[in-house]
Design a protein around this ligand. Structure first.
Ligand SMILES: *Cc1c(COP(=O)(O)O)cnc(C)c1O
Length: 445
């Protein structure tokens, strides 16, 4: 965008102005529609989510064989939904949150294989492509157990092919580790901000890591160009992939029985609020899309982003989606929140979310570490700082004018005592011990 366009946008749009001023905000989405109205216009449906879930089930015997850590769960990659009553008390006492109802944490940071929410979408996309190749080349026939794909013969077959992705870290881990397990040549194009331990971990799995001294967009661009030049190479496109999105959406179906087991059944009288840390948008978008399919208007989905990288709120509030980047309004895109350091949102996700998303929060990095220590102290659970963005939603409940406005507008005031809140903890398990110590000691102004 040129300077004149930006100046005009700022003048007309107070949300964009607030983002440019690095303010912490709750932006309410004025385009939110009832699910009944929204459903017909969506490019994907429940049938697509069912299809993805069934594909993951077909691969379960293969996953179990390659990753014994998943054996107990029968090769299904899933995380715990945990009630966090002590964290609720902490948020109420320390931040004046006034949370009624119950607070839960979805422990995606503990997901096997990749240790982050990327274990959903990233792994799903690798497996989907693997199934396509295997069926096309007669390695699999309908009705076969996918355990066949764990054989030496299958491995040899897949070694002719290359899987590539551009990543700031966690997506690279999920794609790289699963690709290497199938037998592909795996290449991860890493941006400058990617952590050294993630690169080392990938290399230990035999993944080729190419480092760039540029940002995420440039790593993606380079990766795509190299992949396009090779007919036997497949590129995972984080900015536009429907496969990634559907892999994430499966989480919603599996959440239903988890909620039920904890005595939660969302409906008009029992609202469900879900808070999802957002980078390019695929992971939170996919999960929110799935949740809307399951619970319709009973679920209220909010994204949370760092004040320096609020690409999704910027794209949605301006209506420009991927036509605007945080640098256009003078922000750096730099943040301590691994996985959320994205300057330009997915245009695909932004448009899908237009009638579905309730709103978006932005928060300063300093709070990530505060919430992280709060969770560690109250629940003895470690999640990485970026994931802690999820607590900004419930923490502000009692204090934000916009929150009050939302609750009023949706007639929820009397129902908040029956509400369930889920903070979606997106990463953490693979963070090495010495880095955890560093995080725990970090205090920002
Ligand atoms: C990737 C990631 C997110 C956000 O996912 P997007 O698809 O980029 O929006 C959130 N938390 C963690 C830990 C991540 O790795």
């Amino acid at each position: 965008m040129d300077k004149e366009q930006v100046r005009k946008l700022m003048e007309e749009n107070p949300t964009v102005r607030a983002l440019a001023e690095e303010r912490e905000i709750l932006w309410l989405n004025s385009k939110l529609a009832s699910f009944e109205t929204a459903r017909g216009g969506l490019p994907l449906s429940m049938a697509d989510v069912d299809d993805a879930e069934a594909r993951l089930a077909r691969f379960a015997p293969f996953i179990m064989k390659k990753f014994p850590e998943t054996a107990e769960a029968g090769g299904i990659i899933e995380s715990e939904l945990r009630e966090a009553a002590a964290m609720k008390e902490r948020l109420n006492e320390k931040y004046g949150a006034k949370i009624e109802g119950r607070l839960f944490v979805k422990m995606d940071g503990d997901l096997p294989i990749a240790g982050s929410i990327k274990a959903r979408g990233g792994i799903y996309e690798v497996l989907k492509h693997t199934e396509e190749l295997a069926l096309e080349h007669g390695l699999l026939r309908e009705g076969d157990s996918y355990e066949k794909l764990a054989s030496d013969e299958a491995r040899k077959f897949f070694s002719q092919y290359t899987m590539q992705v551009g990543s700031t870290g966690n997506l690279g881990l999920s794609i790289g580790i699963m690709s290497a397990a199938v037998g592909y040549n795996a290449v991860v194009h890493m941006s400058a901000d990617a952590r050294a331990w993630k690169k080392a971990l990938l290399r230990s799995h035999g993944v080729k890591v190419i480092e760039y001294d540029t940002d995420y967009s440039e790593a993606v661009k380079q990766g795509r160009a190299q992949s396009d030049a090779d007919p036997k190479s497949y590129f995972v496109d984080d900015e536009n992939s429907k496969n990634l999105f559907l892999g994430y959406a499966v989480a919603a179906k599996r959440l239903v029985p988890q909620l039920k087991a904890l005595g939660v059944a969302p409906d008009a009288e029992h609202p469900l609020f879900v808070y999802l840390p957002c980078g390019v948008g695929g992971a939170p978008g996919g999960v929110a899309f799935g949740l809307k399919q399951m619970f319709g208007d009973a679920v209220h989905c909010f994204f949370i982003e760092p004040t320096q990288a609020p690409c999704m709120v910027l794209g949605m509030a301006s209506g420009l989606h991927n036509g605007i980047a945080v640098k256009d309004v003078g922000l750096t895109g730099l943040t301590h929140a691994d996985g959320l350091a994205v300057g330009r949102a997915s245009g695909f996700v932004g448009r899908v979310m237009e009638p579905l998303l309730s709103g978006g929060f932005t928060l300063r990095d300093a709070k990530l570490y505060e919430y992280m220590r709060d969770l560690l102290e109250t629940e003895n659970a470690f999640i990485e700082p970026g994931s802690c963005a999820a607590f900004e939603g419930p923490a502000l409940l009692g204090r934000s004018e916009e929150w009050r406005e939302y609750i009023e507008a949706h007639g929820l005031a009397e129902k908040m005592k029956n509400a369930a809140h889920i903070a979606w903890a997106t990463g953490g398990r693979l963070v090495p011990e010495e880095i955890r110590k560093e995080y725990i000691a970090t205090r920002l102004a």
